[in-house]
Design a protein around this ligand. Structure first.
Ligand code: NAD
Length: 362
């Protein structure tokens, strides 16, 4: 029996339930407090998830007065920044849901405060815990493709638009590119070993979300439901990143890595109207290469596993809390993802290519 790890949850909507389920499955972990800005909502959550020892608050600062080892931040995107900063300044370790923040400035701020306070800032990308994600990265990092010069990733839902807190700029910050795109962006960047992004040229639109024919909340929808960006990186590498929540098409294509010795195609594991995007399930991996001049396609067998990647992400955070760090997916690494998402917002607004500059945090 180890020391009991005391957890607080900020934001008690949909994904907080998955956090609660996963924490409850780990021995010697107790959710001791929950905060939600909507009065009474935290108490309802406590009851629903049978966390009867936990206290409910309608102000996260009150929760932060408790003795806590770690905090899960499960608010809509716009609130990730200030609730993370408040938690770190209160001396708590943080796991924040994806996407880390809305702007690059906010992400930089979060990393700076985590460094100043010496507290963990961990980003909740559960696909990282799929062993097949490790396999994809290994194939690239061990040089199976030669030099990689072009990557295409993203994917599209034919009709899979969320509602509620996801479709308003003042709450979500952005739409499809940040919501589901952030997973495929992380797949590409993590596989490539985090190359430095230099420029972004992006286009976004919202022809489906704003049309009452397609969305019941069209009158309040003001984020993008489709986006494409060309991102240049140091080392003569380019990424074509595209995502849709809705479109008149079955697919936006596979994730592909083109290298001088081989190409790799990765198919998503999910299908149907809400499928077709990388969300942590790998459907198939194949390598395209020449063998004695013959154009060959080799199917890479997937690693068979029964892991719940979501539970693995929570377990990894708890392990870091027990061991005093480091963060399994450090905020500092995800600055590059956020810099690209920030560039996409700026470029789509100005309709021009924009430069990416990430301040040196030291
Ligand atoms: N990792 C995943 O698989 C996954 C899946 C879905 C959502 N998410 C992310 O989780 C976050 C929340 O998504 P959701 O689906 O749970 O949304 P939701 O709208 O269901 O829940 C958000 C909750 O946060 C509360 N809230 C808002 N501002 C707050 C504040 N300042 N302090 C405390 N509570 C506040 C709201 O009242 C609401 O109860 C988003 O950032 C989303 O991108 C991650």
């Amino acid at each position: 029996m180890g020391k009991t790890i005391r957890i607080g949850i900020i934001g008690s909507g949909g994904i907080a339930g998955e956090h609660a389920r996963a924490y409850k499955n780990i021995e010697d972990v107790e959710i001791v407090g929950v905060a939600d800005i909507l009065p009474g909502r935290a108490d309802q959550f406590i009851e629903r998830w049978d966390l009867l020892q936990a206290k409910g608050f309608d102000d996260h600062q009150k929760l932060l007065e408790m003795e806590l080892d770690g905090v899960s931040i499960c608010t809509p995107n716009v609130a990730h920044h200030h609730t993370t900063i408040d938690s770190l300044l209160a001396g708590k370790n943080v796991m924040v849901e994806k996407p880390m923040s809305v702007t690059l400035e906010q992400a930089v701020d979060m990393v700076q405060i985590s460094k100043q306070t010496g507290k963990i800032l961990n980003i909740g990308f559960q696909p990282r815990y799929d062993p097949n994600m490790g396999l994809i990265k290994d194939l690239v990092q061990r040089g199976q493709l030669g030099k990689v010069y072009y990557v295409e990733t993203g994917g599209g839902r034919r009709r899979g638009m969320p509602g509620g807190t996801f479709i308003r700029k003042d709450i979500a910050g952005a739409g499809a590119m940040a919501d589901i795109g952030c997973y495929s962006l992380d797949l590409a960047l993590n596989t490539l070993g985090y190359p430095k992004p230099l420029t972004v040229s992006a286009y976004t639109s919202s022809h489906f979300g704003t049309n009452p024919k397609y969305h019941p909340e069209a009158d309040r929808f003001d984020v993008e439901d489709f986006g494409i960006a060309i991102i240049r990186f140091e080392g003569d590498l380019v990424l074509n990143f595209k995502t849709s929540w809705a479109m008149h098409m079955d697919t936006l294509g596979a994730t592909m890595f083109l290298g001088t010795d081989a190409g790799m195609k990765v198919l998503p594991g999910s299908s149907g109207p809400w499928g077709g995007v990388w969300d942590g399930n790998v459907g198939a991996i194949s390598l395209f290469h020449d063998i004695q001049g013959h154009h060959t396609e080799s199917i890479i067998p997937l690693i068979d596993h029964k892991l719940s990647v979501f539970e693995e992400k929570i377990k990894a955070f708890v392990r870091a809390l027990r061991e005093g760090g480091p963060a399994p997916i450090p905020g500092e690494q995800i600055l590059r993802n956020q810099a690209i998402l920030d560039g996409i917002l700026r470029s789509s607004q100005t309709k021009k290519e924009v430069e990416i500059q990430i301040p040196d945090i030291g």
